[in-house]
Design a protein around this ligand. Structure first.
Ligand code: PLP
Length: 390
């Protein structure tokens, strides 16, 4: 049986662009050398890695030696937090860490692990009801012994965009290392590191039509950073292990395409997103937008519904042919309300009824129309089922 499935979950991952796939192919088969080898197989692989590093650096407006390849966005976040915290403690005895209350698990769980296992003091920076961090709040929370501050560029669950340049400025004034998780943002927002003023910035290729399992950390030259994995001297001694040459080539290709086509895709996304943001609350009583209404990712719409079990809603939507999310791919099957939604002040019962729709390059107007045509009935069915169950 053929059934059309509409993918509306581009915040979780994106398909690999066909040009990206093409660019990667020869590095699996013909050009399989180890970039650390002396012979010509090795030299050619090394050139591919170094050329990719330069292409990524060009998009970020930085030097090639400021790009460290990792295995994913999560690893970039780990290297940033663990590496900066450890260097700051070693250099100046600093062991206070600030991260926003709505960070991705890769940042927040890493900070809590540093607290529990390494005796760092961790404080969560509160956010407003849109999920944004106020730079003045960061200023007030900074201490002389603050080692590192981490605030995400755009939120994966609720789409809210943070004023990163202003927060970076506050940290720079105090000489504190500032990291931003740009894994979700990079598919749509400019990632020029000097305009953002950041010291460290995390990227993950699969959020911008590149392959899964490859990421990068931008590290401003001179920013103290301890390696978290040891072994060979790859990646300037900061990340041991033979580089994933095909995926690195794919990441560079994907980021270049994303950068070149950004405004064109954003226009497409935003037209569809705005229909979702306008029509869902008017079609469905007892629903609200979560996150900021306008300062949010162009492809991202998120909602909370009263008296709806978010996971049951996702299953019903899947049966109807629509792949959506409750917000965070990592929380599937977890009956606890999302900590992000609690941090923006949603009551726990409402936070359990969340829905995220994230459109992509191939999403059509017709698909959004079809989605909007079925959603109200499905929500109503969920609500009657809840009422019967009670
Ligand atoms: C997806 C995501 C990550 C994790 O990236 P992986 O490459 O899947 O490890 C981290 N932070 C944010 C904001 C994300 O959206």
């Amino acid at each position: 049986m053929f059934e059309k499935l509409t993918y509306l979950d581009h915040a979780a991952t994106t398909p690999v662009d066909s040009q990206v796939q093409q660019a990667m192919l020869e590095y699996f088969s013909e050009e399989y050398g180890n970039p650390s080898s002396v012979h010509r197989f090795g030299q050619r692989a090394e050139s591919a890695v170094e050329e990719s590093r330069q292409r990524i650096a060009a998009v970020l407006g930085c030097q090639a030696n400021e790009i460290i390849f990792t295995s994913c966005g999560s690893e970039s976040d780990n290297l940033a937090l663990r590496g900066a915290a450890s260097a700051a403690r070693k250099q100046r005895g600093a062991s206070h860490i600030l991260v926003s209350a709505v960070e991705h698990a890769a940042v927040i769980e890493t900070a809590l692990d540093l607290r529990d296992e390494e005796q760092y003091q961790v404080e969560l920076i509160p956010v407003d009801q849109t999920g944004a961090v106020n730079p003045e709040t960061v200023r007030k929370m900074l201490r002389p012994d603050t080692a590192v501050v981490s605030v995400m560029y755009a939120n994966n669950e609720i789409g809210t965009i943070n004023p990163i340049a202003e927060i970076a400025n506050v940290c720079n004034e105090q000489g504190v290392i500032f990291h931003t998780d740009a894994v979700q943002a990079a598919s749509q927002l400019p990632v020029m590191v000097n305009e953002l003023g950041v010291d460290l910035l995390s990227l993950g290729a699969h959020k911008f039509y590149g392959p899964k399992g490859i990421g990068a950390l931008y590290r401003r030259e001179g920013t103290p950073l301890q390696p978290i994995s040891t072994g060979g001297s790859q990646e300037f001694g900061l990340r041991a292990g033979t580089q994933n040459v095909p995926y690195i080539v794919g990441m560079a290709e994907a980021l270049e395409i994303t950068d070149r086509e950004r405004s064109q895709h954003n226009k497409h996304y935003q037209a569809l997103r705005d229909q979702l943001l306008e029509r869902v609350p008017s079609l469905i009583p007892g629903s609200q937008i979560t996150g900021h209404h306008s300062k949010r990712l162009p492809n991202h719409a998120s909602f909370a519904f009263e008296d709806v079990d978010g996971n049951a809603l996702l299953a019903a939507l899947d049966l109807a042919g629509f792949a959506c999310s409750s917000g965070s791919a990592c929380k599937t099957g977890d009956p606890e309300p999302s900590s992000v939604l609690l941090a923006i002040g949603l009551p726990p019962a409402l936070a359990l009824g969340s829905l995220r729709i994230s459109v992509g390059r191939h999403t059509t107007q017709e698909e959004v129309d079809q989605f909007l045509a079925v959603l109200p009935d499905i929500v109503e069915r969920m609500r009657s089922a809840e009422r019967v169950a009670q």
